[in-house]
Design a protein around this ligand. Structure first.
Ligand SMILES: NC(=O)c1ccc[n+]([C@@H]2O[C@H](COP(=O)([O-])OP(=O)(O)OC[C@H]3O[C@@H](n4cnc5c(N)ncnc54)[C@H](OP(=O)(O)O)[C@@H]3O)[C@@H](O)[C@H]2O)c1
Length: 297
């Protein structure tokens, strides 16, 4: 049995990771933002040295892409210095360390899938802070595993992909971008791979996404509505340029991993399968974290 400490445990991926690790017999200590602010180096050191986990999975981040644009200092503190703090304390405690990054580190100019051979070129404050959140912990601790992912959906998520069916059922009219592509990723599948990577304990940058050719927001939305017998026409496709948002996004951020097949890791299930599974979960039922109570540091 491994002891795994999960940060950002109240978020979309944090919840999925806690659930998956608990279900697989790990001893999980789950910390949400209230119980551990990863930007606070002293608290991070205190918690990790006290808990002495075998591994830390960092699911904490400031994920408000437009919010980051107007507060680069906070973005840097949470998304770059936070993972660096965790990496340093993991090194001090001899724990494995995995942190999550984003497909937005790429500029979107490439046709096709981005692999680890492609140079990142972040367009926004959020993306720059996340790229720093890859570099800093890797410099701090050679054992760092970085997982880039994107277009995540799942229970407890607050993003467009996770909430669109509920919003349509409430009678809201939705606009979905038709000319911006990524690789949709089911949070539960991602959680499975995160745990496998922690087990493997091989440092490096991994791209982890659900299988499939990728999708635009509007094709994802139409697929979701079809699955719940709602009219796909309820979603109005719009161009990315028609929305005025503070932060630029890459037009294409589809990911593919060069390392996972080489290591014998099977592809994650297709995102269609993930979506069908997710939509069967009763939406009214809150996600229950079966974990040791997060302690205040
Ligand atoms: N969702 C996506 O489509 C997507 C795409 C690419 C990459 N990612 C990456 O995937 C990871 C997980 O994201 P997610 O989708 O699970 O986002 P999420 O639902 O927003 O979860 C992030 C969690 O981190 C917490 N947090 C924020 N600041 C913190 C701090 N200073 N210390 C500790 N916790 C803090 C948040 O708490 P509050 O809610 O209380 O602020 C939230 O519970 C992140 O690294 C993100 O960048 C996500």
């Amino acid at each position: 049995m491994k002891k795994i400490l999960i940060t950002g445990a109240g978020g979309l991926v944090g919840r999925a990771s806690v659930e998956h690790c608990v279900a697989n017999g790990d001893r999980v200590v789950a910390y949400d933002r209230q119980s551990l602010d990863i930007a606070d180096a002293r608290k991070v050191e205190e918690v990790i040295s006290r808990e002495s986990p075998d591994a830390v999975i960092n699911c904490a981040a400031w994920t408000d892409v437009d919010g980051c644009e107007s507060d680069p200092i906070k973005a840097e503190q949470v998304n770059a210095i936070g993972p660096e703090n965790l990496a340093r304390s993991c090194r001090n405690s001899g724990a494995g360390f995995l942190t999550i990054s984003t497909d937005y580190v790429f500029d979107g100019a490439k046709e096709g899938f981005y692999t680890q051979r492609d140079d990142p070129r972040p367009l926004s404050v959020y993306a720059r802070s996340k790229l720093e959140g890859e570099r800093r912990p890797q410099l701090e601790y050679a054992r760092t595993i970085v997982v880039r992912t994107g277009y995540i959906f799942g229970p407890g998520g607050r993003n467009f992909l996770s909430t669109l069916v509920d919003r349509v059922r409430r009678g809201e009219k939705l606009k979905a971008i038709r000319d911006c592509w990524g690789t949709p990723t089911y949070a539960r599948g991602l959680a499975v791979r995160l745990r496998e990577l922690v087990e493997l304990d091989l440092p490096g940058v991994f791209h982890v996404v659900s299988s499939g050719d990728g999708a635009s927001f509007d094709s994802f939305a139409r697929e979701a509505l079809k699955l719940v017998d709602c009219d796909p026409q309820l979603v109005e496709p719009v161009s990315m340029d028609s929305l005025t948002r503070p932060a630029p996004r890459p037009r294409n951020s589809k990911l593919r991993c060069l390392l996972s097949p080489a290591l014998g890791l099977p592809p994650l299930p297709h995102w269609h399968e993930g979506l069908a599974h997710y939509l069967k979960i009763p939406q009214a039922q809150p996600v229950v974290l079966q974990t040791e109570p997060a302690r205040r540091a």
